[in-house]
Design a binder for this molecule. Structure first.
Ligand code: NAD
Length: 339
């Protein structure tokens, strides 16, 4: 990566985008443009030496502004959250198609050298995820298409849009299918958080308020794999700079059930909680895991950080956020300290 090239991160006010900007800075990139629809004070991470733009990337002219003179674009901007969000906001999830479509057009017009799109394991055919035994999903298992309603279909369509921009307009596009990413600087409350952050928060709350119970969505036997943010960021750079043209899995293959995830977090917190299962809550497919054969073969990539280690770091970070809020420190003050 040439440090003086302009790198654009769309969705930089969010979890993965913010961590990506932090990593680009750490690698010595001197020209970074960070873009997000949220007002600057709501970004998870924000850096004073980066060009920070609050822009709605549904709008064509804003995508032009974002893409101007860019060498590489990482598009992580999307309407997204955990199962509670994506099951109840399908139209909003589908509307993210506007962001990727306008960004691809702006990228092609500006002759951007490389374009990264963040896809998801939610593109996989639901019929292949019916067992609780964490079926390994290979890239070809996205077809015949039966993606997660709303969110997954948008990702699948946008993957194809990336392919056609590559074939028809010569834009170099790269697509990763993320399997659940977790870690510090992620959303941990408010309804958009995903299972690892939600479980950490609930365990912390139980510990702090002395009510030793936890609500678990579903039966607790549904399985998933979880990738720590540092592994995800390394994988994004490898895929972006590779010659892999088709969508590829980027995830951990260490699958656990939700109950096992709770066991680990309880172990970290040194507490045991009574589990109340909410069978009416959204909980998605029964089982899912990332088949990493392809990424191991082509990029020699495998996650380095075991789930327990990653959850310890995540728990500690959420604990600090939780306590700071409890003591009346507003999050914008904490974020401003970074800027
Ligand atoms: P996030 O919600 O923290 O970040 C997404 C960001 O996009 C948000 O800050 C949001 O404000 C921004 N955004 C939304 N609409 C926008 C618009 N119109 N213009 C500009 N910015 C807009 O989510 P994340 O976890 O950082 O995910 C990043 C990407 O990775 C998303 O595309 C998501 O679908 C994908 N992904 C994430 C996971 C995961 O486990 N976190 C799994 C699969 C795929």
């Amino acid at each position: 990566m040439q440090n003086e090239n302009l790198i654009v991160v769309a969705g930089a006010g969010g979890f993965i985008g913010g961590n990506l900007v932090a990593s680009l800075r750490a690698q010595g990139c001197t020209r970074i443009r960070a873009v997000d629809i949220k007002p600057l004070e709501e970004w998870h991470q924000r850096f004073g030496d980066v060009e920070n733009l609050s822009l709605d990337l549904n709008m064509k002219e804003n995508c032009e502004t974002a893409a101007k003179n860019a060498h590489d674009i990482y598009n992580l901007a999307a309407n997204m959250g955990g199962m509670g969000f994506i099951e109840n906001n399908k139209a909003l999830c589908m509307l993210s198609v506007l962001i990727n479509t306008q960004m691809l057009q702006a990228a092609a017009r500006n002759e951007v050298k490389r374009y990264f799109f963040a896809s998801s394991a939610c593109v996989y055919n639901a019929d292949k995820q019916k067992t609780f035994a964490a079926p390994l999903l290979k890239e070809e298992d996205a077809y015949p298409a039966l993606a997660e309603d709303g969110y997954g279909w948008e990702k699948l369509f946008s993957e194809r849009m990336c392919r056609h921009f590559r074939e028809d307009f010569g834009l170099c596009t790269r697509v990763a299918r993320f399997h659940n990413v977790y870690g510090p600087w992620g959303t941990w409350d408010g309804g958009l958080e995903k299972a690892p952050a939600a479980i950490c928060r609930k365990v912390i709350a139980a510990k702090v308020n002395g009510k030793h119970e936890i609500e678990i969505w579903g039966t607790g036997v549904q399985t998933r794999s979880f990738m720590y943010i540092d592994d995800c960021i390394k994988g994004i750079f490898l895929i972006m700079n590779s010659d892999i043209e088709e969508p590829i899995n980027l995830g951990s293959s260490e699958a656990v059930s939700v109950n096992e995830l709770v066991d680990i977090v309880e172990g970290i917190a040194e507490i045991k909680l009574k589990r109340n299962y909410n069978l009416n809550a959204p909980n998605g497919v029964n089982g899912r895991n990332s088949d990493n054969t392809r990424i191991k073969k082509y990029l020699n990539w495998e996650p380095n950080i075991p789930l327990r280690t990653g959850l310890e770091k995540t728990y500690a970070w959420i604990y600090d956020q939780y306590m700071a809020r409890l003591h009346g420190k507003r999050e914008s003050e904490q974020r401003a300290a970074l800027a």
